[in-house]
Write a protein that binds this ligand. Structure first.
Ligand SMILES: Cc1ncc(COP(=O)(O)O)c(C=O)c1O
Length: 373
């Protein structure tokens, strides 16, 4: 019998901090002692470790995932009047970064099982102006990359992965971050690998792309006060690099815990009248979020909240229906799978430190609610 007074938060960042507190404190002290507050040796050490983790030659640490997308697009040569193909069922940054680069986002629909780009929709969206394809590994499940890469190679397009939610995810055994030409990660605190502030990175095995992104993040300088490119202040802070270096050492264990929690949910929710997330046979899903589909999402969310269970909706409105992006020229009905997903998705609490009792409480609440329907 589940404890009815137990509250289940959607996330618990404090629990994770407590579990690694001495290592974090030592890392912070190292930065304070060295006073390398921006970039510096801790950031360089993290870059090396994260490139190795992703199986790429290069990692360039930045101040956010949004900056990573922006610079990846610029390094790919995306310029005003170009088009970039992406999906509307994503966090707004995937689309906004294309606009930052001055290009036009061209939106294609998702595959309803994985919530990621439907490769079959790409060909029809390509025009002479198309420069790049930007699939998103949403929720921690990789997009179906082989058919995306096939069309990109055939049509001479660059592939940029939005891996902001997919640290450690794999596609046919290959890590997210190494699948396309360039990949973008976010280390926003709630991410699977989260900083204690803002952070992001680009991974790539292209020395040319890496060189350009390194310059662009630091005012386009190739040497001090010599500005070869019109750049930005997108540098990672020393403290974030040191913290991420510590946390990266724990990431695989945390991912295993997320996957174990997801399989427990999958087992317990088999008969709850909800659609459980799919993990394709070729995927290693890292469950950044555990997302159900249900027709009566809003009622279910309210009922769970009443039981002390926090949930979230990622995302209730696809980007093409957001007021700020009405100018892209899409209307309701244009991208039906994305629109349907937006009405049905509900993310349950899931984080590595979650206890079996908490998972059981959520499952039991869903089971009772299903019985009452
Ligand atoms: C899919 C996706 N792309 C891009 C971003 C942007 O990352 P950031 O918030 O670090 O700028 C995020 C996260 O917030 C995201 O979830």
């Amino acid at each position: 019998m589940a404890d009815s007074s137990l509250r289940v938060p959607y996330l618990d960042l404090k629990a994770q901090y407590q579990s690694i507190k001495p290592e974090i404190e030592a890392a912070i002290a190292r930065v304070l002692e060295s006073s390398q507050f921006v970039l510096g040796s801790e950031v360089a050490g993290f870059e090396q470790a994260f490139a190795a983790y992703c199986g790429t030659a290069e990692c360039i640490a930045l101040n956010s995932g949004t900056s990573a997308l922006h610079l990846a697009l610029l390094a790919a040569g995306v310029a005003p009047s170009d088009e970039v193909i992406t999906v509307p069922f994503t966090f707004v940054a995937s689309v906004a970064a294309i606009l930052y680069a001055g290009a036009r986002p061209v939106l294609v629909d998702i595959d309803p099982d994985t919530f990621t780009m439907n490769p079959a929709a790409i060909e029809a969206a390509i025009t002479p102006r198309t420069k790049a394809i930007l699939p998103v590994h949403l929720y921690g499940h990789p997009a179906d990359m082989d058919p995306i890469l096939e069309v990109a190679r055939r049509r001479g397009l660059v592939v940029i992965e939005d891996a902001a939610q997919a640290h450690g995810a794999k596609y046919k055994g290959r890590p997210a971050g190494s699948l396309g030409d360039i990949a973008c990660f976010s280390f926003y605190p709630t991410k699977n690998l989260g900083a204690y502030g803002e952070g992001g990175a680009v991974t790539t095995s292209s020395a040319e792309h890496a060189r350009k992104i390194r310059m662009l993040r630091d005012w386009g300088q190739d040497r001090k006060y010599h500005h070869l490119l019109r750049g930005y202040n997108y540098r990672m802070e020393g403290l974030q690099g040191a913290i991420l270096r510590v946390k990266l050492r724990h990431l695989e264990q945390w991912t295993d815990a997320r996957r174990a929690a997801a399989s427990k949910y999958n087992r317990l929710l088999a008969d709850c009248g909800v659609e459980r997330p799919t993990e394709m046979p070729w995927a290693r899903h890292v469950y950044h979020v555990y997302t159900l589909r249900t027709q009566d999402r809003d009622a279910l969310q309210a009922a769970l909240h009443a039981e002390g269970i926090q949930t979230a909706v990622h995302y209730a409105l696809p980007v093409h229906l957001q007021p700020a992006y009405a100018g892209l020229g899409y209307s309701r009905g244009d991208l039906p799978q994305s629109e349907k997903a937006a009405e049905e998705v509900l993310s349950l609490p899931l984080y590595p430190e979650m206890t079996d009792t908490q998972i059981e409480k959520v499952a039991q609440a869903l089971t009772s609610l299903a019985a009452a329907r």
